[in-house]
Design a protein around this ligand. Sequence first.
Ligand SMILES: [Zn+2]
Length: 479
Amino acid sequence: MEIALIILAAFVAVFLGVIIVRTLLFTPKSSITPDTDEVIFNKDKAVENLQTLVRFKTVSYYQKEKEDEGQFSSLLESLPTLFKKVFASCEVKLLPDRAILIHWKGKNDGDPTVLMAHYDVVPTLDEKWEKPPFSGIIENGVLWGRGTLDTKVTLNSALCAAEELIGAGFIPENDIYFAFSGGEEVNGDGAVRIVEYFKENGIHPAMVVDEGGAVVENVFPGVKGACGLIGIAEKGMMNVRYTALSGGGHASAPKPNTPIVRLSRACVRLEDNPFKMHLTKPVREMFDTLGRHSNFLYRMIFANLWLFSGVLDLIAKKGGGEMNALLRTTVAFTQSKGSEAPNVIPPSASVISNMRLNPEDSNQSALSYLKKTVKDEKIQIERLYGVEPSSISETNCTEWEKIASAVASTWKGCIVSPYLMVQCSDSRHYNGFCNHVYRFSSMDLTSEERASIHGNNEKIRLDCIYRSVEFYIRLIKKC
Ligand SMILES: [Zn+2]
């Protein structure tokens, strides 16, 4: 008996020892050495140009008749005046679906770098804004306006960087393409046309950079400092409709299981039985980078996921939000429809869920999970629209080093980490065509600023515009 106890105690001690040692060894990886050269450019011009771009009401709508096509073409027509040197020395192609491709010839004919952005924006609720969203007002070092963050800033910064470098006589090592679309917010085909153009002309990008992560604080448990998050994949998306039918009838004498009751049960089942957690490569690499900078408790969890992945799963399920979205396919019920009158049982009722698919899932696998979990053959489940998750880009390559170094050099002291983007971007059209697609919006954002993207009072600090241009200058110099 005594021996058994001693063995058990020894076993527990070794077990705890392994956990503690692994935690203690889980220390920050050697960080990237930032470039020390100073980047000089015309800061006033960068602000003025962005201000001009914001004033075009390039608002995308799913209902095409609401769009003002003139605003989109006026923005494009303004570019040669705003970026004179770029347009004097680069080849410009206008492609269908409001796509514009600007080709800057490099010294060599290695594979080119593609810098993407979109110049359309989402609609505004003007009455909720403190300043008019399309006036480009500058007050107290802040430029207000729809699109300042998403993504007119990166379009402007990339071109300002080129304008500055061309003026200084700089020629990139390899070709650079600026690839901009004007319908990203409504799943427009501008980026598709650009990818088609590349394929038809035998152009194979070495690296693609599009919107995505940013430099942010307080987004990872236990990490307070700034993190430069570069998306190496993005989740898929699917809209699903659940419909329940009945014989209808008057609400005064209902039978059990009316359509809304059935649908409610389905919603609850799906909330109570979330999709399985998957530690995909982007998330694993993110935990392995940022987890090392976290507090002892979280370091213990992230260093010992072989043991604590269940705990992590539980924390994510209970808390929801971004941590949960990184780990699994999510289901958000967003719309519902019932009877036309309060006293009529609906002959047909429906709810719609918007789903974000983990890289391990597909539209097909997610749909079968929904059917299996709802367990009600009388509920019809149909896919309305879907985008597959993107492929996952490499991080063990020179392309990753270039972008990671440009981030670390612009935002000195930030922790650069791979990340899984939970929204969709135009860069998904490079799936299977380029495996160095990096999703990074070159800005440092507060949580309030992040909330203003697609929300009210979108605005950017002028010093954030400067750093955005600096990032592109540093990046282009490496390409
Ligand atoms: Zn957007």
